[in-house]
Design a protein around this ligand. Structure first.
Ligand SMILES: [Mg+2]
Length: 234
């Protein structure tokens, strides 16, 4: 019997570009606040606000926009203008309206693997925005299960696997975040394939990456995934 019965994928920065939009927001945001503070102070304060609000707001663009506004009020001691606040709201709205850009090789890889395996999409973030991106990506028909969750910790995955009757030791998860996509799966005896994106949000960074072993592999591109899956199951 095959070692792998289901292949699961993260979405943001695994199937389509995402962090590059945040990076662009950061650039425009720092420019907007340049009259008040240097870039390093703005970035540090924004990250602190985001972390403080994570429990209340969760992930996603809307939360990020609210934290950006809160940080701007704090850093300008309340003197930021309504016009400047509207600019920050517009940055967020532009991110939400941005077209979904698939990473290279994604469509072919997902289409090919879906012929042989049930595929699952597991993404965290704002429900409405994640649903919009899934629809616009055109990839939804390839997935047997699509799950948008608030967190991707070990217990969140365990709950999903129970709900879908999946054995985690026979599941392979593919993602760009070691912290959210790979480590919680390895801890449950599953297989993880890490495909790094060229940008990583500070919150998703881990101090040490696991060494490659039978259960953990790293690829430079999703294009190499079918060959790896074939090698793992031969
Ligand atoms: Mg991701």
């Amino acid at each position: 019997m095959s070692r792998i019965t289901t292949i699961a994928f993260d979405a943001d920065d695994t199937l389509w570009h995402n962090e590059n939009l945040f990076e662009e927001h950061h650039r425009k945001y720092c420019k907007l606040l340049a009259a008040y503070h240097d870039e390093e102070t703005v970035e540090r304060t924004l990250f602190r606000t985001e972390m403080r609000n994570l429990e209340l707001y969760g992930y996603g663009v809307k939360s990020f926009t609210l934290s950006s506004i809160e940080t701007a009020i704090e850093l300008t001691k309340g003197s930021i203008s309504a016009e400047e606040l509207r600019n920050i709201l517009d940055f967020g709205k532009n991110m939400l309206a941005h077209p979904v850009e698939l990473l290279e090789g994604v469509e072919e890889t997902i289409a090919a693997l879906s012929q042989d395996y049930p595929l699952m999409l597991i993404t965290k973030g704002d429900l409405r925005d994640q649903e919009r991106k899934i629809t616009k990506s055109g990839l939804a028909p390839y997935f047997k299960h699509i799950e948008v969750v608030s967190e991707k910790k070990r217990e969140d995955y365990a709950r999903l696997f129970r709900q879908h009757g999946l054995n985690p030791t026979k599941l392979l998860m593919v993602g760009n975040s070691l912290k959210s996509d790979i480590l919680p799966i390895l801890e449950q005896g599953g297989l993880g394939v890490h495909i790094p994106y060229h940008l990583t949000w500070e919150h998703e960074r881990v101090a040490t990456a696991p060494n490659e072993n039978d259960n953990f592999h790293e690829l430079a591109s999703i294009k190499h995934l079918p060959a790896l899956v074939a090698a793992l199951t031969s």
